[in-house]
Design a protein. Sequence first.
Length: 261
Amino acid sequence: MISFLSGCRSVPFIKSETDYGVYLSDDYEALPGNLSTDLLVIDAQYFTAEEIAALHETNGRIYSYINVGAVENFRAYYEDYPDLTLGPYENWPEERFVDVSDKRWQDFIVNELASELQEKGIDGFFVDNADVYYEYRTQEIFDGLTEILKGLKDTGLSVIINGGDVFVSGYYEKNGRLEDILDGVNQEFVFTSVNWEQGTFGKSDEDSENYYLEYLKTVQVSGAEIFLMEYTDDPGMAEQILEKADELGYSVYISDSIELD
C-alpha cells in the first residue's frame, strides 16, 4: 500500500484558497505567508504552541500528522522501539512498520505523543499507516489499531485516518459504525497514480478508481468527512479532479511533485 507522502504543496495552477491544505515537510518559517484554509494539516512535532496559535489566526482547524503504524528513523523516539518493528516499508527506506498490538507502543502514541501534540493547541489528528493491518493482517494488529484510534478519540479531538481502507472497511463490517474510531478519512490516488521507478504521474486505472469511490461512499454514508490527496502535473487533470471532488462533496488537495520539494 502507498503511504502518505511526507509533505506537500498545491500545484502552481491551482489557486491556494482551497479548504484543505497539507504541509508536512514545512516548519513554521517555510509555510506560505498568505496561508488560509478551513483545515490545515501540519507535523506539529516541529511547531511550537505559539506558532500554532498564530496559524489559527488565519486558518480554521489545525490537525497534526501522527504516524501510528510505522516509525521513521528521523523521529527522536526511533531508537526507543527497535524491538517492535515488523519489517521494511516499500518505497520508504526511512520507515519500518511497527507492532501496534504492543501495549508499550499504544501507551506511547496515546498517552505521550498525542498528549504532547494536544498541549500545543491542535484540533485533531491526521493518522497515518493504519495500513500496517494491510501488511500484517492479524487479529492482534486489528485490535491494536482499534485501541490506538479509540484512545485518540478519547482525547476529545477529531481523527482523520489517512489510507487504511482495509482496516476501516473491516471495522465497519464488524461494528456497523465508524464514529468511535474516526471523524474522516483521507485517501490518496483515487483519480491519479504514480510510477515510483520513473517518478512520473498518470491516471488511476478504472478498477482502482471504482474501488476507492465505492469505499469512500460507504465511509461518507457513515457520517465521516472525505478528503482526497491527488498527484499530477497536468493542469487539465487537476481541474477535472477538482470538479469531481466538488460533485461528490469531498475536499481535495493536489501536489505536482512526487518528492514534494
